[in-house]
Design a protein around this ligand. Structure first.
Ligand code: NDP
Length: 558
């Protein structure tokens, strides 16, 4: 094995983040065939686990050696050997230690509590069917009662139309669940890398290992879809031709899996932070880290593969459909191909960075995450491209100049989105000594900060104050919003349906920013105030008017 100079001790190890106290290396047994990760351009503080083995192989090795692995065993991750005590971390995470972690004592309810969450759960599926009826029967407009039509009659008509255009056929069930099963197979067989999650305070600060191979799964899936299309086993155009059936299957599956996830957690006594209000708990979820046989982390699995893979393939289907009917693909549909590829590929290539995000470490696996991943994202984010493929290009044609500007706008927004998320997440990984180095395409300049500035917080945490995070605290939300707005702009203004996503996303992300700020303010206390002083802007780093004006404070300096 080739050793680098720093490994032989002749060269002092690079100190990329001076001032950061390295977490002591965690030793874990691993198969002798496993090679350590080669020395990257910046050094991880602990070696990252093997990228050569599939999840299945590694878990089987653990099992054969009689070592517990996964959710049910103590070796399902390493505990933090030194560093803050469990109670400190718990305090940082705003958990009340000393109480039963299964009970939410905070007295706080998010999303409007029982009524708010109940309304969302009823309203959202109905909205999805309503929009699809609009696409099919109302020339991509929102269905409205005709003059003199009674509301009851109108509602009955909508139900009838929805039934006609989105009956969940057996074929749609087979395709949707076949796709899910195929993704599970790829998850446990394809090569990938391991990444460590955040410490879990109520489990003695254990850090779960997450297996990340979505990038392989993505390209493997594309290859499989091509084979199915070329051999006509399942032409890809099925996704747009029978979208309605798929929509109903996605909605019903999301609801079904939410029930299974919830009651299975209760049955196994795996619930966490429960309020005792069924509707609210069902929405937020019962279990924090659901895993199947310790092998498949369900939150991770559902986060990317179903939503983003399906979304990307709906765009591909639209492009193929357009090519088959028009003989060419319009720049607008090609735009969606690029946009959906960029987003999906970004989620896959940076999958190991997702393991420490809020969704993974804090949110539970409930209706909110399950429904959103199984139905919300894949089957509502595609209304733009569905609108395009269902209409003549003369309706939405833009001049070359506008097309080029929108492509440039998308790429710029993507750049900020990608590098901003990378900077923060890699900073967190280096800090925790869990950095996983990957070279998945595209690696962009400024994804990793060299010698970043940060605030050392009294609770033992840190807050990054350089890079994009030094300009504004939520630049990545703005960049994400700009990307999704470009998806609306490329469709023009003849239909409101492509604009549903930017409007929805803005509402959701404002609320998310508020939730996160509230959580961080509690977690970091005075240090958060200092952070806000050093980085006063929230979404946009420049203010169009004087920083002290009221509108500026409301919009940019919350
Ligand atoms: P962030 O990546 O902003 O994560 C928030 C957490 O980051 C905070 O709770 C805090 O956690 C940590 N943090 C905040 N400030 C700093 C700092 N200065 N230095 C270091 N750590 C900091 O949020 P999200 O997980 O919400 O979003 C990630 C991406 O996903 C975004 O680009 C967003 O747009 C996108 N997204 C997309 C959605 C979609 O449907 N398309 C839905 C939701 C998100 P801690 O201190 O505990 O580490």
């Amino acid at each position: 094995m080739v050793q680098t100079r720093s490994q032989t001790g002749k060269t002092p190890r690079k100190q990329e983040y001076p001032g950061l106290v390295p977490t002591p290396a965690v030793r874990r047994s691993r198969p002798s065939s496993v090679k350590p990760t080669p020395e990257p351009e910046f050094e991880p503080l602990t070696p990252s686990p093997t990228p050569e083995k599939s999840a299945f192989e590694v878990v089987m090795e653990f099992k054969l050696r009689g070592m517990p692995y996964g959710e049910n065993g103590s070796a399902n991750g390493s505990t933090v050997p030194k560093g803050p005590a469990a109670s400190d971390v718990a305090a940082r995470d705003n958990l009340k230690m000393g109480y039963d972690h299964r009970v939410d004592n905070s007295g706080e309810f998010e999303f409007g509590g029982v009524w708010g969450t109940g309304l969302v759960m009823v309203f959202f599926p109905l909205l999805m069917w309503y929009m699809w009826v609009g696409q099919v029967y109302y020339n991509s407009q929102f269905p409205m009662p005709e003059k003199g039509e009674a509301i009851g009659d109108f509602a009955a008509k909508l139900v009838k139309l929805a039934y006609e255009c989105s009956y969940p056929t057996g074929k749609a069930w087979l395709v949707y669940w076949g796709f899910l099963a195929y993704q599970s197979l790829l998850y446990v067989t394809l090569p990938g890398v391991w990444a460590k999650g955040n410490p879990i305070p109520h489990r003695n600060n254990v850090r779960l290992d997450y297996y990340c191979n979505a990038i392989w799964a993505f390209y493997f899936t594309i290859a499989t879809v091509i084979v199915f299309h070329v051999t006509r086993i399942l032409p890809i155009t099925f996704l747009v031709d029978e979208f309605g059936s798929l929509l109903s299957v996605g909605i019903l599956s999301g609801i079904l899996v939410s029930f299974v996830g919830y009651f299975s957690a209760l049955y196994r006594g795996a619930q966490h932070r429960m309020t005792g209000r069924f509707v609210y708990d069902f929405f937020m979820g019962a279990e924090l880290n659901p895993r199947i046989f310790g092998l498949m982390d369900l939150k991770m699995f559902f986060e990317i593969r179903l939503p983003w893979f399906i979304l990307f393939h709906v765009s591909c289907a639209a492009a193929v459909k357009q090519y088959e009917t028009l003989g060419y693909v319009t720049p607008q549909v090609a735009f969606f191909l690029l946009a959906h590829w960029l987003y999906t590929n970004a989620c896959c290539k940076g999958e190991e960075l997702i393991v420490t995000t809020w969704d993974m470490s804090h949110e539970k696996w409930g209706y909110m995450l399950i429904f959103w991943n199984m139905a919300g994202v894949p089957l509502t984010y595609c209304h733009g491209v569905l609108y395009l493929v269902r209409h003549d290009p003369s309706i939405y044609r833009w001049s070359t100049g506008v097309n080029v500007s929108l492509y440039a706008f998308l790429l710029c927004a993507y750049y900020v989105f990608d590098t901003c998320n990378s900077q923060k997440n890699r900073f967190r990984q280096v800090e925790k000594g869990t950095l996983v180095v990957r070279k998945a395409f595209p690696q962009l300049p400024w994804q990793t900060l060299k010698n970043p500035k940060f605030i050392r917080c009294k609770n033992g945490g840190t807050l990054l104050t350089s890079g994009w995070y030094g300009l504004a605290r939520k630049v990545h939300y703005t960049a994400d919003f700009c990307q999704l707005t470009s998806w609306g702009l490329i469709c023009g203004f003849a239909s409101p349906l492509p604009w549903f996503l930017p409007a929805f996303f803005m509402t959701m992300i404002l609320h998310r920013a508020w939730r996160d700020t509230d959580r961080c303010a509690k977690k970091y206390g005075a240090d958060w105030e200092e952070y806000r002083r050093q980085v006063p802007y929230l979404f946009i780093p420049v203010s169009p008017c004087h920083p002290s004006s009221l509108s500026t404070k409301l919009i940019f300096r919350t």
